[in-house]
Design a protein around this ligand. Sequence first.
Ligand code: UD1
Ligand code: CA
Length: 457
Amino acid sequence: MGDLAALVLAAGLGTRMKSDLVKVMHAVGGYPMVSWPVEAALEAGASRIVLVIGHQSEKVREYFAGEANVAFAVQDEQLGTGHAVACARESLSGFSGHVLILCGDVPLIKAETLRAMLAHHEARQAAVTVLTTHLENPFGYGRIVKREGGRIVRIVEEKDATVEEREINEINSGIYCVEAEFLFDAVSNLKNDNIQREYYLTDIVKAAAERGELCVSFTVAAEEEVMGVNDRVQLAAAAAVVRRRINEALMLAGVTIIDPATAYIEKGVKVGRDTIIYPNVHISGGTEIGCGCLLEPSVMIRGCRIGDRVTVKAGSVMTDAVVHDDVAIGPMAHLRPETELKSHVKIGNFVETKKIEMGEGSKASHLTYLGDATIGKDVNIGCGTITCNYDGVRKHRTVIEDDVFVGSDVQFIAPVTIGRNSLIAAGTTVTKDVPPDSLAIARAPQVNKDGWKLKKK
Ligand code: UD1
Ligand code: CA
């Protein structure tokens, strides 16, 4: 294959989104819409990408900052798709090869389709190849006007089309492969003598025909791949397609998803085989989950590393946590960043953790806050335990060594260390270190008053 560059047109505002945020930065499956065509182009072999940006260009730049293969061309005024391509001329000066042209608002195109289009383009030695599809209702799209033999002679926009042309149901996806030299020459000679007074990129087809250059179509059957996103109804439809693709790949790799329509798993998430995912589970942020896990309904997991045979019960929320094998979490547990649970740990209902390490086999089964703590092995944390880690200015650590038994309703006023194999009696407020092998108890002695009645008769 020859040298390949890609242009992604993304300068428009996207008025129909009715949004303060530029259209191409709206998220599809957790990532900005425009990132999908960019990735598809890279995957298809493009060595460089030029993004044509205009509205809120700084937001787009910021997202791609640090991507060595992505450059930017600015289109200050949106004078049409042809004008947008002309704005990228400088960015590709000296480049002579194939140019893939993609739209920032057509996120579902697959790399394999682009590769197939490129192969077709090379085999036919075309100057322009247009990715097309057949639609039952082609309303709104540019129509492909062909001559016998399949050459495209013209693309006509809905608004400029005659009644007969509107009957054509082969439509322009807005995705093309064009020879660089021809492309930039053709776009600099475009005219805006059409209904919308725009410089149409589609007019390069006519220019090619006039010069005797070959212009062909490459047709995809799956119309969803070329679906454009113009409003939030289409945004939701595109997101559903992305989810379906991700879920299908996981299921084929051995993950059970009880109801794929309600499994919200982002790109980049890894899930091992024989893990079972119940409805309304959200997994994102590059989370990795091992084999044989069980994720009950309404669990939210972001940025976590989870081992094998872990159970996360209903309603639990986990962020940036590391969980080893055979751990049980929830229901309704909240694991916050920098939580690390070693194997066979149990975190029960209404337990919140943050910046803690919990050793093998330790348990906090109910109603507890553990923050800024190092907890050893086989520690039992009683119901209602609180690490009082914050003095209003700074955070302090609680250290609980192996085999400690913490009774119910205990507060640790950090910084404090509990030596191994000690027992903290229920109801104790721990204000100073506890040596190993000892009992700490701090409660006011109970007084029973004889003859005292709640309602005096
Ligand atoms: C375009 C095609 C139409 C095709 C359709 C497919 C033209 C003239 N028409 O129409 O044949 O069926 O896409 O979706 O090309 N953009 C810029 N700068 C501009 C104008 C547009 O960057 O000045 C970008 C937009 O941000 C968008 C893309 O180009 O990502 C397409 O522009 P849009 O205005 O949506 O074109 P359509 O009217 O949909
Ligand atoms: Ca469009």
